[in-house]
Design a protein around this ligand. Structure first.
Ligand SMILES: Nc1ncnc2c1ncn2[C@@H]1O[C@H](COP(=O)(O)OP(=O)(O)OP(=O)(O)O)[C@@H](O)[C@H]1O
Ligand SMILES: [Mg+2]
Length: 496
């Protein structure tokens, strides 16, 4: 890529970026939220067009009119948000838009043969007739890769592929990526987890503020100097002197039962307390009931049995607004349209959960001036970029969308904070800011329920850790007796 520039109005998302990718390498792209990583990769795969600059492929200038052109030349991308159709099977998703035909008919058998061959060759663990909605995230991601391989992609681009994977799943992914490289494919991946690059990536490109800082050989650098390059200065450590002991119970869950979307029991008889001034971590392999539990707490999912008490008052099966009025703040799992409204501006999104309260509205009218003032102070405190309340929500980078949701939730009065994967998609510095904020909330006496797939995050933040396995509570451990190995065992359902 030569002198790639992408301009959106006053904003330069990419500024004369030069990037060389060698055939058969694994190349990591790192940088702060909003640095322009996704934009650059979207340009490379034909998803968007650059304002200027050119792409050379095998020494020949190419110009993509659409992602289809790039696919046709062997360049494909797995996006941050998967583009699979959950109701369809693995095989159907693979052939979609690229069907093998025999005369006027779909040649399913040939397609299935091909799929099986790809799975065998690269170690994918996919059953062709399984429906995508039944697959865990790790396998959905493998499916996205298989789709690209089926289309004969040689250059595979992945945008934060490990962000939503459990540690075991990430290892599976990395093995697959190495096999693909050994078979001659070229892999480019974006990540905020600087530690995982070493041992996997051959070279690393760092971006900041739309520009390229440099490209480095992985062997010549290490995680901490890389972190310095990413944020452009030294990172401060997160320290958390505990200033008070846990107090009264704020959240009590009693013998809770909740069903998933298909009517199966997702939470079966869970009882749990979270106290004032306590961070309770919730661990589990994804799909063991975390989402259902959290949604029940937020008033988003029906409780079939049991009670949820917030400060002693029953809140189950009421509206989300009631739960918030009782003192709930809620950071949902990210995903399109979950924590924010993409069609609204940054400023409106920041008051979304209490726009009906003064000073944001009075006599049924929104007070725009108050909303803007509020937005400016939050944008500054949580370093949301660009710092423009009028900026459209949709155009924020992935990590800045996450910052917005966190700013809104931490900034409203609450007693209980339910946070699901709060640092997913955040760069190293922003993740530390969130960790610091959680400690501060704890010291102020809030109760915090923290769900995270990142075990080291859980271990360093939590006072106690509860483990969910198949919708049941496998056990609760004090942080002083918690280790990675013990957590791992409990998460697999081995002894409490
Ligand atoms: N359609 C758009 N209109 C206006 N600005 C945009 C648009 N898409 C992206 N941007 C801006 O371009 C900049 C770079 O965004 P990009 O998504 O490439 O960042 P990123 O490095 O991938 O960040 P993250 O780590 O948060 O995912 C951001 O400031 C973003 O707000
Ligand atoms: Mg991005």
């Amino acid at each position: 890529m030569e002198k790639i520039t992408k301009r959106y109005g006053y904003l330069l998302a990419n500024d004369r970026v030069d990037l060389e990718i060698f055939s058969g390498e694994i190349h990591a792209i790192v940088g702060e939220n909003g640095a322009g990583k996704s934009t650059l990769m979207h340009i490379l795969c034909g998803f968007i067009r650059p304002t200027s600059g050119r792409i050379m492929l095998d020494g020949e200038a190419v110009s993509w009119r659409s992602a289809r052109d790039a696919t046709f030349r062997g360049v494909g991308m797995v996006h941050q948000q998967f583009m699979l159709i959950p109701r369809m099977t693995v095989l159907e998703n693979v052939v979609l838009g690229h069907e093998l035909t025999r005369g006027p008919f779909l040649d399913r058998r040939a397609a299935e043969r091909e799929l099986k061959a790809l799975c065998g060759q690269f170690g994918f663990d996919l059953e062709p007739h399984c429906r995508v909605e039944e697959l865990p995230m790790g396998l959905r991601q493998q499916l996205e890769l298989v789709r690209l391989l089926y289309r004969r992609s040689r250059v595979l681009i992945l945008d934060e592929p490990s962000a939503m994977l459990a540690p075991q799943e990430s290892e599976g992914l990395f093995r697959v990526l190495q096999r693909l490289r050994d078979a001659g494919h070229t892999i480019i991946f974006i990540t905020h987890k600087l530690g995982e690059i070493f041992g996997l990536g051959d070279r690393i490109t760092v971006m900041r503020g739309g520009r390229k800082v440099g490209t480095f050989v992985a062997e010549d650098t290490d995680a901490s100097s890389l972190a310095g390059l990413v944020v452009g200065r030294e990172l401060e450590d997160v320290v958390s002197p505990r200033t008070r002991q846990p107090g009264a119970v704020i959240l009590r869950i009693e013998d809770l039962r909740v069903e998933d979307d298909t009517g199966r029991a997702a939470i079966q008889g869970v009882s749990l307390d979270v106290h004032e001034g306590e961070i309770l971590g919730l661990a589990g392999v994804s799909g063991n009931g975390q989402i259902e539990l959290v949604e029940a707490l937020a008033g988003l999912r029906h409780v079939t049995h049991g009670r949820i008490l917030l400060d002693g008052v029953e809140t189950q099966n009421q509206t989300p607004r009631k739960a918030r009025d009782r003192g709930l703040a809620y950071i949902p799992e990210d995903g399109p349209g979950v924590g924010m409204v993409e069609d609204f501006t940054l400023g409106f999104n920041l008051v979304l959960t209490r726009h009906w309260h003064p000073p944001f509205s009075s006599h049924c009218l929104l007070n725009l001036r108050a909303i803007t003032r509020h937005a400016y102070s939050f944008i500054q405190e949580f370093d949301i970029r660009p710092s423009d309340p009028e900026f459209p929500g949709r155009a924020l980078s992935g990590g800045n969308k996450q910052r917005l949701v966190i700013a809104r939730e931490l900034g409203q009065p609450h007693r209980l904070l339910v946070a699901m994967h709060p640092t997913r998609g955040l760069d190293v510095r922003a993740a530390r800011t969130v960790h610091r904020a959680l400690f501060e909330k704890r010291n102020q006496g809030k109760a915090i329920l923290l769900v995270s797939a990142d075990l080291s995050e859980l271990l360093s933040l939590s006072d106690r850790i509860a483990v969910l396995y198949r919708g049941k509570l496998q056990g609760i451990m004090e942080s002083c007796e918690a280790t990675m190995a013990k957590l791992g065992r409990w998460m697999l359902g081995l002894t409490a």
